[in-house]
Design a protein around this ligand. Structure first.
Ligand code: ZEM
Length: 289
């Protein structure tokens, strides 16, 4: 199902794609009343993150360059369950615009989703080169395990080169979307507006009383009052760990501060390990409306 157009792998192919048009076409793919809460935006953000968050700064392996997430075994890693849905939704655009690389398409989809769901403008550059075959897939275990605590979260994100402030800002993406019992095993949205990019991850995390969910699934939290919203064990560290909590309090009180820090950290995430062509321009796309 993946296009093997050799033009897409030529080193200067990226110059031939019109990223403004691709932005618009991705934006047109977001809404679908039959999918989840009516939007593919959250799963596009998760695809962009998982395509990038495999980076290891010591070995300079992983990241969105190469787009290894589309190949087995990486596509089948447990953390990537459900992301085939996002890749298939985007595939017609790879056919329509063969000059964009998959690495650029997946990361751009995350940018479009954040912006169109009401988040900050995300600076983005093209020029990621796809691997033609399944080489350099990352080993399983590079993405965070939701069942673990602050030591694990730090070791995963420090490996990518992030600090505690950046990690906390990135975790705020859990304002979007939901957990699916048939993907991660966990269940439910983090708040009442999962298709709006807000600072609600932090406000819900700090203002609610969180109790263990009574069910046969993996250990997670639900809010005591309504029982409708959830937190993962790994989310809870942004409330309980003093260093993380310091930033959670700032972001809960100041949405603009969250947006500014998220935008910087998300661009950094999407660029981890990428060798950009020297003449790759930085785009700041306008939202559609
Ligand atoms: Zn997530 N994330 N994530 N995340 N994530 C899920 C869903 C989404 C963790 C995690 O285990 C999970 C970041 C960090 C971390 C999104 C964005 C970002 C799910 C549910 C899990 C289990 C998957 C499912 O069942 O569909 C952990 C442990 C993290 C670090 C501590 C970062 C960083 C993100 C982006 C910047 C998004 C948008 C979703 C919702 C996906 C959807 O389909 O609705």
């Amino acid at each position: 199902f993946y296009s093997s157009d050799s033009a897409s792998n030529a080193s200067s192919s990226w110059k031939k794609a019109n990223y403004h048009n691709i932005y618009k076409d991705i934006a047109d793919l977001l809404e679908d009343e039959d999918y989840d809460d009516g939007s593919y935006g959250p799963v596009f953000v998760r695809l962009a993150w998982h395509a990038s968050g495999t980076f290891d700064k010591k070995t300079k392996t992983g990241g969105s360059d190469g787009a290894t997430i589309r190949f087995a075994p990486e596509s089948g890693h447990g953390a990537n369950a459900g992301l085939d849905v996002a890749r298939e939704r985007l595939e017609p655009l790879k056919k329509k615009y063969p000059h964009i690389s998959y690495g650029d398409l997946y990361t751009l989809a995350g940018v479009v989703a954040v912006q169109e769901l009401g988040g900050p403008t995300i600076r983005w550059r093209p020029g990621r080169q796809d691997n033609k075959v399944a080489v350099d897939c990352t080993p399983d275990g590079r993405l965070p395990d939701a069942a673990q605590g602050s030591d694990h979260v730090r070791s995963i994100f420090y490996r990518m080169g992030f600090n505690d402030q950046e990690i906390t800002a990135l975790a705020g993406a859990h304002a979007l979307g939901r957990c699916h019992s048939n993907r991660s095993g966990f269940e439910g949205p983090w708040n009442a507006s999962p298709t709006a990019f807000t600072n609600f991850f932090f406000t819900e995390l700090l203002n609610n009383t969180w109790v263990p969910k009574k069910w046969n699934g993996p250990f997670q939290y639900v809010d005591k009052e309504s029982g409708q919203f959830m937190m993962l064990p790994a989310d809870m560290v942004f409330r309980t760990d003093p260093q993380f909590r310091k930033y959670s309090e700032i972001y809960a009180a100041d949405q603009d501060a969250f947006f500014a820090d998220f935008a910087k950290a998300f661009t950094k995430l999407l660029e981890l390990g990428v060798q950009f062509p020297e003449d790759a321009p930085v785009y700041e796309f306008k939202t559609l409306e």
